[in-house]
Design a protein around this ligand. Structure first.
Ligand SMILES: [Ca+2]
Length: 295
């Protein structure tokens, strides 16, 4: 591509690189739903089959938000039947919520082997979505049933349900509140006991709303969000809603090898005790520990 040419050409290429990055962002993240759209994209959270957009930027970004990529630290097995909708790590085990009607589940998973240690199927018509731990409980969103299911974490016994007036997509916790997405560009801070919405946080890249926020994880003071059907993660300020950076994870798809059923990247878990970050996707046969670095 000649991008490594030196001399005065670098300035031209640098500007072109910025343009390429901006064009990539618009084309892959913002335009498919219409810039400024604030409603659900109109497709079910399960999404149509097919590969998400994975066209990566190739040149360095200039300005903000920053552009990041990842390196793979370790690779672990992951149940290729798991239509991952929620993922967390409690310092010992992974906990995972899977979707699809009739196949939705909550499960405790051994990180090293990927073995499902314990699981429960959700009854119809529930469609499992985001998953969060609050104290000794797990709270699992359902997509359109307008309720969340509460479990005793020690044995995954359902112990109650909470009404929730929005679509349930992703959910995480900042330690004080729960933070939820509903497929739009709005994040909601929720009372952890009642799921009452206490604050809404529009997420924007500059002036542009970023729709289709999906699985969430609170990581070192930021909210990390999968963007539905994209191999990117948005790093979001929990204070302003500003996208602080885009993490391009399209390189993981090559590492998946032959995985014809692998759908969208979805599932972020952070091990705060060891500063480890895990990601996987819907029906991905692998789960990755990754390290993020500036591109
Ligand atoms: Ca998560």
């Amino acid at each position: 591509m000649g991008a490594r040419a030196g001399g005065s050409g670098e300035k031209v290429i640098g500007r072109f690189g910025w343009f390429r990055w901006f064009a990539w962002l618009v084309a892959t993240v913002l335009l498919p739903w219409g810039v400024g759209a604030s409603s659900s994209p109109g497709f079910p959270a399960s999404g149509p089959p097919g590969l998400p957009s994975a066209q990566p930027p190739h040149l360095s970004p200039v300005g903000s938000p920053g552009l990041y990529e990842c390196e793979i630290v370790r690779t672990y097995p992951h149940d290729a039947e798991a239509f991952t909708q929620g993922l967390l790590f409690d310092g010992r085990h992974l906990y995972e919520s899977t979707g699809l009607r009739g196949k939705s589940s909550i499960r405790r998973v051994d990180l090293r082997t990927g073995k499902v240690l314990e699981s429960r199927l959700l009854p119809l018509p529930y469609f499992g979505e985001g998953l969060v731990q609050w104290q000794d409980r797990l709270i699992q969103f359902t997509w359109t049933s307008r309720k969340a299911i509460v479990y005793d974490k020690k044995d995954l016994t359902p112990i109650g349900e909470l009404p929730y007036p929005h679509e349930g997509w992703g959910i995480t916790s900042d330690g004080t509140f729960l933070v939820a997405s509903d497929g739009t560009h709005i994040l909601r801070f929720l009372d952890p006991l009642s799921l009452e919405s206490l604050r809404e946080l529009p997420v924007t890249d500059g002036e542009t709303p970023v729709p289709s926020l999906n699985e969430l994880e609170y990581v070192r003071g930021e909210i990390f969000a999968n963007v539905w059907m994209k191999d990117v993660v948005a790093r979001i300020s929990p204070h302003t809603g500003e996208v602080l950076g885009w993490v391009d994870l399209s390189s993981l798809r090559a590492a998946l090898g032959n995985a014809p059923r692998a759908e969208a990247l979805n599932g972020i878990a952070y091990d705060a005790s060891a500063d480890r970050l895990f990601v996987t996707g819907k029906c991905w046969p692998l789960l990755f520990e990754i390290r993020i670095r500036p591109r």
